[in-house]
Design a protein around this ligand. Structure first.
Ligand SMILES: [Zn+2]
Length: 251
């Protein structure tokens, strides 16, 4: 059984066939889904999808690319829902777009880390061109751990995240031959630090072209990882599922 530790099943792309997508993913061997919100507007939808579908786990948070419209009340909304979630996320820092307000990103990131700390919740991290800045915030505001989603840092940075209690998420990116660094990380990092994800509907794996990504492709992504690690798909499934369960405290 596999766990998709990061899929945006609340996205409008799934409005017409969400139930079918989940059913197909389940019959392909994906037994659980972690659904992170990216903005306050999405909180209720994520919670209701998770209320209606077995083994769908909600995470609530404000994504760094959505903090432009965020207000302090959004942090209060997160706090008031904290007892209903599996994790705080998707939160983090994204310094890829230049001139995007970094101070504001850091402010909302750290405010949300404090909620994770207050409620002893794991965190789902979005980190783009900001590995060291995210690590600096995590050293300042100690949370119990979580997942650095779509990990794309160095081996040294991976080690820092692992020391802070984080697992590293791998998905569609490692299916591309040109992604040599991500492939090296997926092949060589300690197996106990790796979890699988799709980031659906984004990050389509190489074998589906530009089509909508979906959790039903996770088994083929797991196969790619199994090849890198010279393991069977079943061994990869058992290891990554155990890692996800442990870090997110899923039953
Ligand atoms: Zn995401």
């Amino acid at each position: 059984m596999l766990i998709d530790t990061h899929c945006h099943l609340d996205a409008a792309e799934f409005d017409s066939d969400r139930g079918e997508v989940i059913a197909r993913a389940r019959s392909a061997g994906v037994g659980a889904f972690v659904i992170p919100a990216v903005e306050r507007k999405a909180f209720e939808k994520v919670l209701s999808i998770c209320g209606e579908n077995l083994h769908c786990y909600p995470a609530l948070g404000i994504h760094p690319m959505y903090v432009g419209d965020a207000v302090p009340e959004d942090i209060e909304a997160l706090r008031s829902r904290a007892l209903e979630v599996a994790a705080v996320g998707e939160i983090g820092l994204d310094f890829f777009v230049e001139n995007y307000d970094r101070e504001r990103q850091i402010h909302f990131f750290e405010a949300q880390l404090k909620i994770a700390r207050e409620f002893d919740l794991p965190v789902l991290l979005h980190v783009r061109r900001a590995q060291d800045a995210v690590l600096a915030s995590l050293r300042k505001i100690r949370v119990k751990g979580g997942i650095a989603h779509a990990f794309n840092g160095s081996f040294q940075q991976a080690g820092e995240f692992i020391r802070l209690g984080f697992r590293l998420g791998f998905g569609g990116a490692m299916t591309f031959e040109r992604a040599t660094r991500i492939r090296a990380l997926a092949a060589d990092l300690p197996m106990e630090s790796i979890v699988l994800e799709t980031d659906s509907p984004d990050m389509p794996p190489s074998f589906i072209g530009k089509a909508r990504n979906s959790p039903e492709y996770l088994p083929e992504i797991a196969e790619v990882l199994a090849n890198f690690r010279k393991m069977t798909v079943n061994e990869v499934a058992m290891a990554t599922t155990a890692n996800a369960r442990e870090v997110l405290e899923l039953e």
